[in-house]
Design a protein around this ligand. Sequence first.
Ligand code: ZN
Length: 462
Amino acid sequence: MRLFLGVLVFINVVFALEFSVKENGKSLDDNNTVLILGGIQGDEPGGFHAASLLLSDYNITKGKIIVAPNLAFESIIARNRGNFGDLNRKFAHIDESDPDFHTIERIKKLILDPEVNMVVNLHDGSGFYRPHYESKDKNPNRWGNTSIIDQSEVNSTKYADLESIAKEAVENINKALVKEEHQYHLKNTKTQESNDKEMLKALTYFVVSNHKAAFANEASKNLPTHLRVYYHLLAVEYYLKKANIEFSRTFDLTPNGVYRAIEKPLEVRLFNDKILLYLDQPANTISYMPFPVNQSLNYEASNEITAVIPRTNFFSVNYGNRLQTRIYPEYFEFSNALDTVELIVDGKNIQTNFAQKITVKESFEVPPIVGVRVNVIGFDKGMDESGIKISKNQMQSRYSLDKKRKIYRVEFYELKNANLEDQILARTHASKEIKDAKIPVNAIEKAKQKDKFIGMILVEFQ
Ligand SMILES: [Zn+2]
């Protein structure tokens, strides 16, 4: 395990993953935007999952939030606290030669944005804080389940009374405890007054030094991830209310509702909507996935803490600190000859774009297309599998995308000499692009001999 982690760290250095910044809502011209940060330490999944949900599953209906859910993104994926040391100790001073220099500059810029006047940083801390010693896990030196401030008051135009705001946050959270022992407390680190060497270097102190309100919320590492997220979101929702920000969300703020929101299937769209990876209990490996020789890796994921990462001879799909699957590519030239395809699903004709998942009750069939062949992965009837009615019992289940053996790939290829390429329509997309992904040298030569990949859809048998 140690060795393996070492390898991951090395590869991550090569393929720098930058943290995401996304906005949700519209600012009301009152400089009341709240900045919410997660994942400043890679080993704190409660914080980065909570922050990620604020983008994927919240709709801000009044006011605006800016969220950077995955500050130490490489460390999150590598499952360590900080690839280059603790990111949260580099705000007072950082050398330009420090690999985190650029990351710290980006975070500071977000904090200094004039429209931001409140910053909430989400952490997972050890044990449960208690003002008096109760046990090894419950004592004044623990950080878990606390609202943390650096000082009672901040010299700012808004939210100056940090202590009373944080106190109210604690009271609010304590109304919704799952267990009495989870009770929240206020912790004032009195960073400047006590000349706390560590806290003086931290993010929240940088915020208050710049005359803005900063709150850190710590959820206990003794809790399972979804309960940490539950407590984080209770805190965040209180702070949003304080800032007059309104929202709706796709789930109930209950331990169960949060669990389901975190565990829902991931969607990753590759290469400008050519391929959908619908990851619902995905298979450990996915082989022969068409990858292009003529473009770099790019993808869009259904949340900000999912990444597709080039490894030695495969690509890993990671969701926060959890590996989802390994993709082994086969390289093709890509063609944009078709944008949509026709399908007969349970006797009904439908039209669909690529990178979609189609639900099938009994059977499906792809009507033949001139110059195009269809390859249904896990169905073995030859080179072109169009014009055949296919039902689930004809599929070889080991080719399914998922462990439930329900989801299969339908791939479309332009026949080598068909020359449909003239119909190309270039499509542009905002998505992550990783230029360093290495394509094997011989893959480019081999691809020239093959049909061109046009796109893929998924069929899910019910
Ligand atoms: Zn932390």
